[in-house]
Design a protein around this ligand. Structure first.
Ligand code: SIN
Length: 544
């Protein structure tokens, strides 16, 4: 065991360096008598947050659209979430936005401004422009850079320990019975991309572990997420006996620049581009969104992604090129040649580097896994069902997003619930009880790869799912192991092991929800009544 920092201090380990992890660490390190260690499997900059373009939703007094209100933000969030949200969590989220934005402002986050107030963008399913941004389309990097500055300063001042390129390969607990609290983390050096399997295992004792590990976009072939988004936190929490909820709800972003047209490179084109007037057209040149939803291109993301997926299939059946395009040429025509490069400098530079002049040609796009609404179930203070284990950001299921997240609500969620977690740290010994169904998986014995898992999940658990496909996927997943042999040179790979665990969980949840709601679309239960009950699972042996 690594020597404890000081027995008198509350020992807090934060895992992950996206917005929620950085903010939680920076706030916790300011508390008296708290020893904070921030562990991340890559560098601090390697997070999903860093790539966020569109922005962060906030209705504040320093810039709000005429007629907009916190209540309208609440209503839009509930509508996008298809009624599956926790109303109390949503109200808390929306009302807290002003406070968190003010803190970021004080910490030097350079939000774009116009006429003294915040510049506001519009995204799908928002009834008013209320998306704050930085550098046009570098919002995530702008926020993360400021938070990383805070964290590095705190580390420099000895108020926080930083462990980059270090993977958490297990949570230590005071026993294996249900109700046993966390006592620390097991650490291993992480390789490129965060994978691990080699190197000395170390145990770091802790009173509190805050999971802030992000999502699992890497479950699918097409994703907007970076390589490290392998569901690690959910897999760790599952092994530790925490209740997991809403795992079937995975959001697909409608407009990833088609990797088939970029030589395999993945690049998301922000929904804010549609907010400025860009349209979706098919390979025959026609729009198809007006027939799919009254809000057309600005419908909720699940609706838009499904419509693209459906249109691609129809085009193929008609013998046409099954390609859908994001047409921003109409924006350039209406707002001027220079508008796109001014408003979206990073997207402009990137699509041009990939060979597209988007002021003159539409961009081929595909839906891609983007955000996991489900995760480790928490209460409103980010406490999980395991004493001492908190979860914040995408890894958590706070109930804020319901069955489909409203665009640009996730950065805000990361801030609001990270603060709530830090304010609740002293009560770490108690944990909420959540009802959950026990679930057990047998370990298979055929070595698997991340690419194999991605191909299987894309075909069986992507934008459209059905019972037969999910059953086959579950069978295949059950035959696989990510244990020794999966990566013969390096031993078991934590990333592949986490992916396999979360793939099995998603397949089980998607099979169990026999209706279509929000981002979960079952072609065999398209019209079934939208049951509103939540699906929650806990690893069998950890049941009381
Ligand atoms: C985007 O810019 O389209 C992504 C924003 C989000 O996922 O909230």
């Amino acid at each position: 065991m690594t020597p404890a920092v000081s027995p008198a201090k509350l020992r807090v380990v934060v895992v992950g360096s996206g917005i929620a992890g950085l903010y939680a660490a920076a706030l916790a390190a300011r508390r008296p008598a708290t020893a904070v260690t921030l562990v991340t499997k890559g560098a601090l900059e390697q997070s999903n947050t860093w790539h966020a373009q569109g922005g962060i939703t906030a209705v504040t007094d320093q810039g709000r659209a005429a007629g907009d209100s916190v209540a309208a933000h609440v209503a839009d969030t509930l509508r996008a979430g298809a009624g599956m949200n926790d109303g109390a969590a949503v109200r808390l989220l929306c009302a807290a936005a002003g406070r968190e934005i003010a803190t970021l402002d004080r910490w030097g986050v350079p939000f774009d401004r116009t006429g003294g107030g915040y510049a506001l963008g519009l995204e799908g399913a928002h009834s008013a422009p209320r998306i704050l941004h930085i550098g046009g389309d570098r919002t995530g990097a702008g926020i993360a850079a400021a938070l990383i500055g805070q964290v590095r300063d705190l580390a420099g001042a000895g108020q926080l320990q930083l462990r980059e390129h270090t993977a958490v390969s297990g949570l230590l607990r005071s026993g294996s019975r249900a109700g046993a609290g966390v006592t620390g983390v097991r650490l291993q050096p992480a390789g490129t991309g965060g994978s691990s399997g080699a190197g000395t295992v170390e145990e770091l004792p802790a009173d509190v572990v805050v999971l802030a590990t992000g999502g699992a976009g890497q479950l699918f072939e097409a994703t907007t997420n970076p390589a490290g988004a392998t569901g690690d936190g959910v897999a760790l929490a599952w092994e530790a006996g925490a209740v997991l909820s809403d795992l079937e709800f995975i959001q697909f972003h409608p407009t990833l620049l088609d990797p088939a047209a970029t030589g395999g490179q993945s690049f998301m084109v922000s929904e804010a581009v549609r907010g400025e007037g860009a349209l979706l057209v098919d390979s025959a040149g026609g729009r198809f969104m007006p027939g799919s939803h009254p809000d057309a291109e600005l419908a909720p993301r699940d609706v838009v992604s499904r419509a693209i997926h459906r249109r691609q299939r129809e085009l193929a059946q008609q013998g046409l090129e099954p390609v859908v395009y994001l047409d921003a040429t109409v924006v350039a025509a209406a707002k001027g040649e220079q508008f796109l490069s001014r408003r979206f400098p990073m997207i402009d530079a990137t699509v041009r580097a990939l060979g597209f002049d988007w002021t003159r040609q539409p961009l081929p796009v595909v839906p891609a896994s983007h955000y996991w609404m489900g995760g480790v179930r928490t209460d409103l203070d980010a406490r999980t069902s395991v004493p001492g284990l908190f979860a914040v950001g995408e890894v958590a299921c706070t109930g804020v997003h319901g069955a489909n997240r409203l665009a640009s609500n996730s950065l805000l969620e990361g801030l609001v619930f990270a603060r709530r977690a830090v304010e609740a740290l002293d009560g770490y010994r108690t944990a909420p009880a959540f009802a959950a169904q026990p679930l057990a998986f047998d370990e298979g014995d055929t070595a698997c790869t991340a690419a194999g898992i991605q191909a299987l999940m894309t075909s069986a658990a992507g934008v459209a799912r059905d019972g037969a496909g999910l059953e086959l996927a579950a069978k295949q997943l059950a035959e696989w192991t990510a244990g020794p042999g999966a990566t013969p040179d390096a031993g078991p790979d934590n990333d592949t092991a986490a992916l396999l665990t979360v793939a099995r969980l998603v397949a089980a949840a998607a099979a169990a929800r026999r209706n279509s709601v929000g981002a979960h679309y079952r072609t065999d239960f398209e019209q079934a009544p939208a049951g509103r009950g939540h699906l929650s699972f806990v690893k069998e042996q950890d049941q009381p």
